[in-house]
Design a protein around this ligand. Structure first.
Ligand code: ATP
Ligand code: MG
Length: 596
């Protein structure tokens, strides 16, 4: 069933979680508790460790994270960041942050700034090692002249369309450009005139002279430079020729003395080209290692697609809490600890997998469970009047801030004659499986009293339940009954007078489809957007301590889920909460109920 080098990582509720370096299965969600997953294998760590042990590069480790500043970072980038910065830290080395800013048409300062903010937020520091490929433009230009002089590069007048025709296909060899055999002097002269701005965009390129019949299309005389009369966000109008990513990338790594150039699998076929450039230039070679990119269920992780979501207004920008961007996840309330933990858990392999969003949510819950203070909030209030509680009376009851953290202490929550509970916690005619409040039934109010439902008041016209009347048992103060009487449910609640109003935004997956990347012919991934990915509740009531909810702070609303006070919209006395994630137990219950 499993291959020889497959490794069983854990088994939860009958779901075997298998991680296999070359054959990663869809990774399932752990269902409950800590399942004791041991870290899955990381073959790149083994390579680096071996190089250090054998004294390669003098035992030094230098990695880099090389984003192109043409969008915000997403959770896939987090995998690469954790890997690159993590390995450097583990082996006492350095990780550079290098912007591969070779395409001025798509790059912006906003992206540069957001990328730096997100890498820091994730918990990593590049120190004074901030680099830009654009800082190497002059060096790269000199390298190009050197290749021309060696007869290894030529100026080509084919248009991009013609070049595509000449390139051939996977099965047929390409055709040589008629300009391929220009003399060195002519190439040098034309390339210098390209630089000085003599020619219009697209009229000429500089190409490497390699092999038009190579089985690897990347080796078929690839373009090194193209003409773009465009301002660059850093070099301004200094240049009107720009190096191609594939030409700039390897040389940039080499110039920085990167020892391990870690990239995603799609660059495997580019490695011979990077090696070719470095060999022809007689330059230092980093060791390139490729790993499988991260894919996450129910979302897309491609900047091109994310940009479409933003530009077409399907979301409220790159940091919309539904976006898989780090900025979006931060606003949603996900923690860097949870994201780093996910990246460690999924391991590093060579075969692509689709990681279940539930696995990320599991990591988020696991982290927040330890540190999020518990509070009470009612999302859809139903009024409860305690008929035998004296009018005008009020009292404070002790509530535990976090049962997982005894040091977190207790707080006082106000109790009064009129309360709110959750609408869904009451049913007038409950089915068999419903154990919460119903006429004649007794339940516990968390930290407070046992209450019994005595009657239901309905709206005169609508017939909908307007409020319910209960009695309480004063002997059960704190939530325990002295005579050992049992109840089947404990409900959260807030005082009607002493609670404060709140807005709560409930987020759900952005896409209904587990893999919206995998769209059929003629289909658009946009059609898989979840129309119900955001629900805004405006009549919620929360306990008064949340009047001072800290923007960006994390809370567990008892029995409901984890929430964060929105970093932008939440104000003192007027809190706005984002639901980060539901509580698993609730979710399992709901699913079970749906199956019935
Ligand atoms: P796109 O998201 O459109 O594919 P990109 O991934 O090429 O863009 P870059 O800015 O070039 O974006 O990425 C920087 C680094 O992050 C690269 O080294 C790339 O390999 C890595 N990376 C990007 N996406 C993922 C992913 N899903 N999983 C792991 N690493 C990734
Ligand atoms: Mg890229």
């Amino acid at each position: 069933m499993m291959g020889a080098d497959a490794r069983k990582v854990g088994s939860v509720d009958g779901n075997t979680i298998i991680h296999h370096e070359r054959e990663v299965k869809v990774m399932k969600t752990p269902e409950s508790g800590d399942v004791g997953l041991t870290p899955p294998p990381n073959f790149i760590r083994s390579i680096v460790s071996e190089d250090v042990n054998t004294g390669k590069n003098g035992g030094k480790v230098i990695t880099r994270f090389p984003p192109e500043p043409n969008g915000y970072l997403h959770i896939g980038h987090a995998k690469s960041i954790c890997l690159n910065f993590g390995l450097a830290a583990e082996f006492g080395g350095h990780c550079n942050l290098r912007f591969d800013d070779t395409n001025p048409s798509k790059e912006e300062q906003e992206y540069v700034d957001s990328i730096m903010e997100d890498v820091r937020w994730l918990g990593f520091d590049w120190g004074d090692r901030l680099y830009y490929a654009s800082d190497y433009f002059e060096r790269l230009y000199e390298f190009a002249e050197a290749l021309i002089k060696k007869g290894k590069a030529f100026v080509c007048d084919l248009t991009f369309d013609q070049m595509r025709e000449y390139r051939g296909t996977l099965n047929t060899p390409g055709k040589e450009s008629p300009y391929r055999n220009r003399p060195v002097e002519e190439n040098l002269d034309l390339f210098r005139r390209m630089r000085s701005g003599e020619f219009p965009d697209g009229s000429k390129t500089l190409r490497a002279k390699i092999d038009m019949s190579s089985g690897n299309i990347n080796m078929r005389d690839p373009v090194m430079y193209r003409i773009k009369h465009e301002e660059h966000q850093r070099s301004g109008s200094k240049w009107c020729i720009y190096p191609m990513y594939d030409y700039a990338h390897g040389q940039s790594d080499s110039l920085e003395g990167v020892t391990h150039s870690i990239c995603t699998m799609e660059y495997e076929d580019h490695r011979p080209l990077y090696d070719w450039y470095l060999d022809e230039l007689g330059a230092y070679h980093p060791r390139q290692c490729e790993f499988a990119r991260l894919n996450l269920s129910n979302t897309v992780l491609s900047k091109r697609r994310l940009l479409r979501l933003v530009n077409e207004g399907h979301v409220a920008g790159w940091s919309d809490p539904r976006m898989p961007t780090l900025a979006g996840m931060r606003r949603r309330g996900y923690t860097p600890e949870a994201i780093r933990n996910l990246c460690e858990r999924i391991g590093v392999g060579k075969k692509e997998s689709l990681v279940d969003m539930g696995m990320l949510e599991f990591c988020v819950r696991e982290d927040l469970n330890k540190r999020a203070p518990r509070v009470m909030g009612v999302l859809r209030p139903l009024k409860v009047v305690i008929d035998n509680y004296p009018e005008g009376k009020g009292e404070y009851l002790d509530a535990i801030n976090n049962p997982e953290d005894p040091g977190a202490g207790k707080r006082k929550v106000p109790f009064s004659r009129e309360l709110y509970i959750e609408q869904e916690d009451f049913m007038e005619a409950p089915p068999k499986q419903f154990f919460r409040l119903a006429p004649g039934r007794e339940v516990r109010l968390r930290y407070a009293y046992f209450i019994r439902c005595e009657s239901v008041v309905k709206g005169p016209d609508s017939g909908e339940i307007a409020e319910i009347h209960c009695t309480y048992d004063p002997a059960t103060r704190g939530g325990d009954s002295p005579d050992g009487r049992k109840v089947k449910a404990t409900l959260h609640w807030v005082s009607a007078e002493r609670s404060i109003p709140a807005v709560v935004r409930l987020y759900d997956s952005l896409f209904v489809n587990a893999n919206p990347n995998d769209v059929g012919e003629g289909e658009d991934f946009i059609s898989y957007l979840n129309p119900n990915s955001l629900e805004i509740l405006t009549s919620c009531r929360v306990e008064p301590s949340l009047s001072e909810a800290i923007p960006g702070g994390h809370y567990q609303f008892e029995r409901i889920g984890y929430f964060t006070a929105d970093a932008v919209d939440s104000k003192p006395g007027k809190p706005v909460f984002n639901r980060i994630v539901t509580l698993k137990d609730e979710w399992v219950k709901i699913q079970k109920a749906e199956k019935k």
